[in-house]
Design a binder for this molecule. Structure first.
Ligand code: DOR
Ligand code: ZN
Ligand code: ZN
Length: 416
């Protein structure tokens, strides 16, 4: 396959792809797929996706979730284990791998649970799960509250060089809250969640990782204080990495006004001050990765009173456009930096091979139409989850084509 007239690092080139790899970048006289006006970037890798299979397939399944992924420009997603049942043993990991081989539109990497049933008590068997293809471990949806359990988990993870992805939350401080604590939650009569709920648990992870001199990754950071804690830890050499999500870059607690359950997410959308601190953290390298925390839910899960609504935003299909619009278009960062956050760094942390667009590398490529301004329309989502607070937002940077392992899997609205 030849991609013709592609914009790559400000040059117009043709990209020859063979056997899943980039064979040649240059000029060719042979006919091919016309990509005039499109910019090629390394396809994105999502470290944090909820595909909901097994057991919650009314929300999403591997086929629909991976379709959403390629529609969003992703060639790789890591799926969280908070399914029914929880992915906490080798045969569950194997099940996801086998199912993905059959139906997935992109590469699917299962994340195994840190503790059995994600109950926070007994450590799961990481080595066995790793052997079947688990890429990392997480009890996402919940914190591992017991510091001694977390300490043992980190020791085990260090031995086999896998990354622990930590959902940091102190449940005693969350205390049944449903929105960021502050004026808006108060005005709406909603119970608030203090920022310390997130920050206290991050501090715990940092202290444990520092003591054990091992890696740890913090999921979905949302507060100014979290950025500061991680910035300081990195400065003294702690091997901590972290992600934030598109919604903490492009949205604030204002979105919950009118009891908009589509903006209910955990951790909650915060203040403008937090949002700006997150952007600072991205700019100075404190934040390593932008992951989606794609959390699809059914109509029923969200069409209820705010207190009862499920947490989460369907994020795979809006991630690039939101980040491009709110970070690159605004002049905060370059497109190259965004590619680092969405493609290169996650692969590096997960020990996956790089997909920089260079001869010899794997052909996981996304073609984006950067100047295409469009309105987000959740009715066009490939995901079963239409739950986004960004519906109707005008954004730039439309994903036009996604190439996974050398094959076009998404093109102009159509899954291949
Ligand atoms: O908003 C969220 N949704 N946060 C989580 O931690 C879990 C996730 C889910 O699984 O829906
Ligand atoms: Zn989480
Ligand atoms: Zn999550």
């Amino acid at each position: 396959m030849i991609l013709k007239n592609v914009k790559l690092n400000n040059k117009i080139v043709d990209i020859l792809i063979e056997d899943g790899k980039i064979l040649k970048i240059g000029k060719s006289t042979v006919e091919g797929v016309d990509c005039k006006g499109l910019t090629a970037v390394p396809a994105f890798c999502d470290m944090h996706t909820h595909l909901r299979e097994p057991g919650q397939t009314a929300k999403e399944d591997i086929e629909s979730g991976s379709s959403a992924a390629v529609a969003g420009g992703y060639s790789d997603v890591c799926c969280m284990p908070n399914t029914t049942p929880v992915v906490d043993c080798d045969y569950m990991v194997e099940y996801i791998k086998l199912k993905a081989e059959k139906v997935a539109k992109c590469n699917v990497h299962p994340v195994g649970a840190i503790t059995v049933g994600s109950n926070g008590e007994l450590m799961a068997e990481y080595n066995k799960m790793k052997d079947k293809g688990a890429i990392a471990f997480s009890d996402d949806g919940k914190p591992v509250a017991n510091p001694n359990v977390m300490k043992q988990a980190l020791e085990y993870a260090k031995d086999i060089d896998v990354l622990m992805l930590c959902h940091c939350e102190d449940m005693s401080l969350t205390n049944g809250g449903v929105a960021n604590e502050g004026a808006i939650a108060t005005a709406l009569g909603l119970k608030g969640i203090v920022t310390a709920s997130e920050e206290l648990d991050i501090a715990k992870q940092i202290i444990l990782a520092e003591m054990l001199d091992t890696r740890v990754h913090i999921c979905h950071i949302s507060t100014k204080g979290s950025v500061q804690l991680i910035r300081e830890a990195k400065a003294r050499g702690v091997k901590v990495s972290c992600e934030t999500c598109p919604h903490y870059i492009s949205g604030t607690e204002d979105l919950i006004d009118g009891y908009n359950t589509f903006a209910k997410v955990n951790p909650p959308l915060r203040t403008e001050e937090d949002r700006l601190a997150i952007i600072e953290g991205i700019k100075d390298g404190t934040i390593d990765v932008i992951a989606t925390d794609h959390a699809p839910h059914t109509f029923k899960d969200k069409h209820c009173i705010f207190n009862d609504a499920a947490n989460g935003i369907s994020g795979l299909e809006t991630a690039f456009s939101l980040c491009y619009t709110y970070l690159v278009k605004t002049g905060e960062i370059t497109l190259e930096k965004l590619v680092e956050l969405m493609s290169l760094k996650p692969r590096d942390l997960l020990r996956l091979p790089t997909n920089e667009i260079k001869e010899g590398n794997i052909a996981n490529i996304t073609l984006v139409d950067l100047d295409n301004k469009y309105k987000i329309d959740s009715t066009t989502f490939k995901s079963k989850g239409k739950n986004t607070p960004f519906n109707g937002f005008e954004v730039y940077g439309k994903v036009a084509k996604t190439i996974v392992n050398g094959i076009i899997k998404y093109e102009d609205g159509v899954i291949k």
